[in-house]
Design a protein around this ligand. Structure first.
Ligand SMILES: [Zn+2]
Length: 165
């Protein structure tokens, strides 16, 4: 999924309003978009290379609905892509779903991890790839935390040195 940021920004806004982020069977991540505006659902589906479904409303006077369903690894990928554009409530929902998701296919536990040990998502913005040839990933949020602590300790040490000088 390599699309311009504007696409993900648009999709994030759409899903924040009309989408549903949930864990199916308690751990299987799912994004569901349901609307009566077929053109909007169709645009999202086409861009993502997906199909959407029409369903008839049970109420005879209500309009039919259109729904786009994305689950599993694809849902995780999409959540990561739109994460920077989401609001607080959706972000914490996404983090919760990422924590529940345990991919097992490739057998490479670290590569498959979608969150760091503190639960920050490995989104593009939050991931630093080490240039050591192994391409190991570091969590930027954690690096900032560590730097903050290091700086705080240095400050205390400087103050202590000054006090005894
Ligand atoms: Zn982290």
């Amino acid at each position: 999924m390599n699309k311009p940021a504007t696409f993900y920004a648009w999709l994030a806004g759409l899903l924040e309003g009309e989408g549903n982020f949930q864990a199916h069977n308690s751990n299987y991540p799912q994004i569901k978009l349901t609307m009566t505006d077929e053109d909007v659902v169709a645009r999202a589906a086409t861009a993502l290379g997906r199909r959407y479904h029409r369903y008839e409303s049970r109420h005879p006077n209500w309009k039919p609905g259109f729904t786009l369903n994305i689950c599993g690894k694809d849902a995780i990928g999409l959540m990561m892509a739109i994460y920077p554009f989401l609001g607080t409530r959706r972000r914490s929902k996404v983090r919760e779903l990422l924590m529940l998701w345990r991919p097992t296919r490739s057998g490479n536990v670290n590569r498959d991890k979608v969150v760091c040990k503190r639960g920050h998502p490995f989104t593009t913005e939050n991931t630093y790839r080490r240039k050591d040839g192994h391409g190991r990933r570091d969590c930027m949020a954690c690096r900032r935390l560590v730097m903050k602590r290091v700086n705080a300790r240095r400050k205390i040490e400087r103050a202590a040195r000054k006090a005894v000088a």
